[in-house]
Write a protein that binds this ligand. Structure first.
Ligand code: ATP
Ligand code: MG
Length: 439
């Protein structure tokens, strides 16, 4: 390609709202993901992985035709056969589909979790992206409210593990049964019709399609009319009220604080009874970090047998932002290297390679980077510093002759030492407190 042609080619960029996860950031994600994986095992939840693309009808039928997601946020396209497919905007629908398809709901209960990318065509901003990532939990076959409490406790323990407990608030509501909700819907519509002059256009449209969502409106001009609206929580059926009362008793007993938010209705159609959100005020308007609830009607709605279900999903980007804002990721999780091994000249490279392998063999937990690519001694030491390692090991002609290495402390002012290669593994094991005991 000629130079002028190269200049005229526009460099291809990532799609707006879809982010690369760069090496400087991946340790934060790995730190978070390791906590999640460990937590799920502690609570007896099994991982499930679903495809990222599903038939469009799955989402339209489960999330609801008149929701923000289905109306305007889905990435939908025709594949080469002419089938309408959609990049998943959330995980619950695909999880139910998979569980039904593989008979996981037949005469058994399930506690499942997943994580991965979701896609919504929204306006990108801090904490809101077009490809984002969720960790989700779904349980099937439990009437509750014990399982409602269990999944809330699981999320609460994650906050505790991450140091977030004091920075998040649990909001709780009950949407009742679908019958109770239908009756309430009429009461609500009648109320809004009496105040039609203060409703904005969106709300007027929702009056016929999805009046409960009007309660979700953030329009300041509607604060009074929303404040005076009849509340679903006062119109619950007896069973749902009892369910909610028992859940509160369990959360109280477990010492979990919560705020009842009667306007919490959630953006998806499939919820019933318990709904909850964990919110923070440290992230501006993208403050919901985890949201979920009970969706007893969904399995049947998708053609299965009636199956009680509870789940939640958390936004990983928002949680990582929160951890960063509060500086809660420990340093040792941020740096991927304990020891940087430097051959002092090219002739020492073979010996350095061998020594690196011996150390990896002896200390499986050790994170060791071998200097490759030559360069002056000064530039080698610069790389050692940049690696984040606490220790550098230097191997030159003298060291080779004496079967030794020179140990340099990169992060404190201790004098360098000469160690024999035979004793090196033991010495490193003692020096690096984060290197687990190895036999
Ligand atoms: P919001 O009200 O912020 O739009 P939502 O109700 O649409 O959230 P859910 O469908 O309940 O969100 O998804 C669960 C969680 O996933 C949210 O609480 C949030 O943490 C995260 N999330 C949702 N949409 C996005 C997005 N576009 N970018 C980043 N995270 C998101
Ligand atoms: Mg949304």
């Amino acid at each position: 390609m000629s130079q002028s042609a190269a200049q005229s080619v526009k460099k291809i960029q990532a799609i707006r709202g879809m982010n690369d996860l760069l090496p400087g950031d991946s340790p934060r994600w790995q730190f978070f993901e390791a906590k999640v994986r460990q937590l799920m095992a502690r609570y007896g939840f099994a991982e499930i992985r679903m495809p990222i693309v599903e038939q469009t009808a799955l989402f339209a039928r489960s999330i609801g035709e008149v929701t923000d997601i289905v109306e305007k946020e889905m990435y939908t396209f025709d594949d080469r056969n002419g089938d309408s497919l959609t990049l998943r905007p959330e995980g619950t629908a695909g999880c139910v589909r998979a569980a039904m398809q593989h008979g996981l709901l037949y005469n058994q209960t399930q506690r499942l979790w997943y994580q991965g990318p979701m896609f919504r065509h929204e306006r990108p901003q801090k904490g809101r992206y077009r490809q984002f990532h969720q960790v989700g939990v779904e349980t099937y076959g439990f009437d509750g409210p014990d399982i409602d409490a269990e999944v809330i406790l699981l999320s609460a323990r994650l906050w505790q593990e991450l140091g977030l407990t004091d920075h998040v608030t649990l909001e709780l509501n009950s949407l009742g049964s679908s019958d109770a909700r239908a009756a309430y819907r009429e009461t609500l519509v009648a109320y809004f019709e009496r105040h039609i002059e203060v409703l904005d256009d969106d709300s007027k449209r929702r009056l016929t399609s999805n009046p409960l969502r009007i309660l979700d409106s953030k329009n300041p001009a509607m604060v009074d009319v929303l404040g005076g609206a009849p509340q679903l929580i006062d119109h619950l059926d007896d069973e749902s009220r009892e369910h909610f009362e028992r859940l509160k008793v369990m959360l109280d007993a477990a010492g979990i604080d919560y705020v009842i938010n009667p306007r919490l209705v959630r953006g998806l159609d499939y919820y019933s009874r318990t709904v909850f959100e964990w919110t923070t005020d440290a992230l501006g308007s993208q403050g919901t970090v985890c949201a979920g609830g009970r969706y007893d009607g969904l399995v049947e709605q998708l053609g299965g047998k009636p199956t009680p279900a509870v789940g939640f999903a958390m936004g990983i980007e928002r949680l990582i932002l929160l951890l960063d804002t509060l500086d809660l990721v420990p340093d040792e999780a941020l740096f991927g290297c304990d020891v940087y091994l430097v051959p002092m000249d090219d002739a020492s490279s073979p010996a350095a390679l061998t020594l690196a392998e011996q150390l990896r063999e002896a200390l499986p937990e050790l994170r060791l980077t071998l200097h490759c690519g030559g360069g002056s001694f000064k530039s080698r030491m610069k790389k050692a510093d940049k690696s984040g390692a606490t220790l550098a090991l230097l191997l030159g002609e003298n060291e080779r002759r004496e079967q030794a290495v020179t140990l340099k402390f990169l992060r404190d002012a201790r004098d360098q030492q000469q160690l024999s290669q035979r004793e090196l593994a033991d010495a490193l094991n003692t020096l690096l407190s984060n290197v687990a005991d190895t036999p």
